[in-house]
Design a binder for this molecule. Structure first.
Ligand SMILES: C[S@@+](CC[C@H](N)C(=O)[O-])C[C@H]1O[C@@H](n2cnc3c(N)ncnc32)[C@H](O)[C@@H]1O
Length: 201
């Protein structure tokens, strides 16, 4: 859910009317609700789920409820073991092994996204490669993309650079300062993009 900056952006759009967010940290959801309350008006609706994204479908028939519904799905996924977050339902607690995590968390989440996105919709997420405890490079970007490409086509990969990324045990794990924003349309759908404009803070 991107810790609510997407939510603030949503409230500043004219085009979009409904926002649905999910996270597994109770405080994130509480804050989302507080922000939504602050901005609330007649023309925008929000719903928040305190549940792992990979369980939304089984628990709430999310895929049927929101079939072909969303114009945009954006997220900043957990980076497996690089960043450790609070909460008993973190993806790394439910799937401590990387291959299980890719299948159980990532592929299930992407599969659900493919059910819920409109034919003309766009999926986008931010990710980057990093080094694990043994200093091996985890090809995280390619691993996530390989699975996303089972369900979507590739549209753009944009480099994002920044400094001062805080990570858990930063001395042992090195994240590259470069990450990518990757976007995916539905399979076989051609979208005609004008040049993207950037405002970087
Ligand atoms: C990379 S962080 C997002 C925040 C990020 N630093 C940002 O500002 O974009 C990943 C988020 O995914 C959440 N998360 C972890 N496992 C999840 C799951 N199975 N379903 C949904 N969200 C999950 C974490 O609680 C965390 O808030």
């Amino acid at each position: 859910m991107g810790w609510n900056f997407y939510l603030v952006a949503f409230f500043n759009t004219v085009k979009y009317g409904k926002y649905v967010g999910t996270d597994v940290i109770p405080k994130v959801i509480q804050k989302s609700k507080a922000i939504a309350h602050f901005f609330s008006g007649d023309d925008k609706e929000t719903s928040f789920y305190l549940l792992p994204s990979e369980r939304l479908d089984k628990t709430y028939s999310f895929g049927e409820k929101y079939a072909n519904y969303f114009d945009v799905i954006f997220f900043s996924p957990p980076y497996f073991s690089l960043e450790i977050y609070p909460g008993e339902n973190q993806s790394t607690i439910n799937f401590p092994e990387y291959e299980d995590w890719l299948r159980g968390y990532w592929e299930e989440t992407i599969r659900l996204c493919s059910k819920c996105i409109k034919r003309s919709g766009i999926l986008g997420y931010v990710c980057g490669d990093y080094k694990d405890e043994k200093w091996n490079l985890v090809s995280f970007t390619d691993d996530l993309k390989r699975i996303a490409l089972k369900y979507f086509d590739l549209e753009t990969e944009m480099e994002i650079m920044w400094n001062g990324v805080k990570t858990t045990s930063a001395a042992r794990k090195k994240i590259r300062k470069s990450r990518k924003f990757i976007s995916f349309p539905n399979k076989g759908v051609k979208r005609y993009l004008s040049s993207p404009n950037f405002f970087i803070l």
